[in-house]
Design a protein around this ligand. Structure first.
Ligand code: SAH
Ligand code: SF4
Length: 397
């Protein structure tokens, strides 16, 4: 693990406006919910549909935060909106940029909790890895987030808010009147940060609907990937109600090993999971399912494992690609990363069987931004802020 200092670390000194004074935050409301709050606060029912459309576009298409800038609304109406509502995002506490261009944001949400958001630029795309919960109820033995108790679910506003703060930082909101830039810096979303998205289904769904809405951020559902440890009953619901791409944290080829690595397997066994995966593409009309497979030295990385993995996928005829993830170690982790040779041999067996088997490149290692490292990063950030405060002689309660 790299110990080198991050290239940049900004500690924001001017906090973004937090929810205050009983104003209702409009970020994260569905179109129906937005309509309801507008009507409840005096918007005429006959006009509500049009107002929803206008306000929606200002917030999600143009990234406007001030009602006074919503120039197609009457001045008096803008003032009324400003009195009752706000457009509030999570507060960015720190922003780190890796030497490979990966950016990691620590954002603070209501209650003072913190989650991490990671932006990964690549040649042909830019992917934002967002969190769905603070902590996780599950206890996958190789995952650092899994050692942290669930603190709470994120709201839909906090989930889509992560994307909006990243767009702010990338300077990627279009300007009215100018042509839209089709080659986006932020073109893809993966729900692979902290938490199990399918244990926060409604909020994740509502946030993704906002991301996909054609009159706003308008990301294609094929550019959104939800990763789950295998909450089987919610997989069908994901197909029906979200329709995004699915990734599954598979990680083991026998129930005995998967029970240990991904303990939700005790509740829903490999065969039940595979059946749900086989049904997914038909219902969601989507393409291949990504099997995520973390490479743990001597635990799940044998040739037999590779062959068994292929058998499982073939038995259920699942259109699949297998993403091999070199284990990212964290302090006190009970596993070691498989050797590069072992990972390549494993990948080769899968490739020979006719499936894509990319080995995930570890990104942002110098800023602890890699999968499964997010808790330690939070702790480090907390410590460094305390240190900074101590050094500056700031008395802090
Ligand atoms: N809870 C969801 C999504 C978050 S985890 C899930 O489990 O799918 C995102 C991915 O990172 C998962 O595939 C997870 O298994 C993997 N991961 C977690 N800890 C890791 C580690 N230390 N090294 C490599 N990958 C890890
Ligand atoms: Fe939770 Fe996913 Fe980590 Fe398992 S791998 S503990 S489900 S975040």
């Amino acid at each position: 693990m790299s110990t080198s200092a991050p290239i940049t670390q900004d500690v924001m000194t001017i906090p973004r406006k937090l929810p205050e004074g009983g104003k209702i935050n409009l970020v994260g409301l569905t179109r129906d919910q937005l309509r309801e709050v507008l009507i409840a606060n005096g918007t005429k029912e006959k006009q509500a549909k049009m107002r929803v459309g206008q306000i929606w576009q200002w917030i999600y298409q143009w990234g406007v935060r001030d009602f006074h800038e919503m120039t197609n609304l009457a001045k008096a109406y803008r003032a009324e909106l400003d009195e009752k509502f706000e457009i509030a995002l999570p507060e960015v506490v720190t922003r780190q940029v890796s030497e490979d261009g990966t950016r990691k944001y620590l954002v603070r949400i209501a209650g003072g909790h913190e989650v991490e958001v990671v932006y990964i630029p690549e040649d042909d795309r830019g992917t934002l890895c967002i969190s769905s919960q603070v902590g996780c109820t599950l206890t996958c033995s190789f995952c650092h987030t899994g050692t942290q108790k669930l603190v709470r679910n994120l709201t839909a506003g906090e989930i889509i808010g992560q994307l909006m703060v990243a767009r702010d930082d990338l300077g990627e909101w279009p300007v009215p009147g100018e042509p839209k830039d089709e080659t986006r810096l932020l073109s893809n979303i993966v729900l692979m940060g902290m938490g199990e998205p399918l244990y926060n289904f409604e909020n994740v769904r509502d946030a993704m609907k906002i991301a996909m809405d054609p009159e706003g951020i308008s990301l294609s559902r094929r550019r959104i990937t939800l990763s789950t440890s295998g909450v089987v009953p919610e997989i069908a619901r994901t197909a029906e109600e979200i329709g995004c791409l699915l990734a599954i944290s598979f990680h083991a080829t026998t129930d005995d090993v998967r029970d240990v690595l991904v303990p939700i397997n005790k509740r829903w066994k490999i065969d039940e999971l595979l059946q749900a995966l086989a049904d997914y593409p038909k219902v969601s009309n989507s393409e291949r399912i990504t099997f995520e497979y973390v490479m743990l030295d001597g635990v799940n990385d044998s040739d037999e494992d590779a062959h068994r993995l292929i058998e499982h996928i073939k038995r259920y005829n699942i259109p699949a690609k297998i993403n091999l993830i070199p284990f990212n170690e964290w302090p006190g982790a009970p596993y070691k990363r498989s050797s590069n040779n072992r990972i390549r041999a494993f990948a080769n067996i899968i490739y020979q069987a006719g499936y894509a088997s990319p080995i995930r490149k570890t990104r942002g290692e110098d800023i602890m931004a890699a999968c499964g490292q997010l808790k330690s990063a939070t702790e480090r950030a907390r410590k460094s802020r305390k240190q900074i405060e101590a050094e500056a002689g700031v008395a802090q309660g």
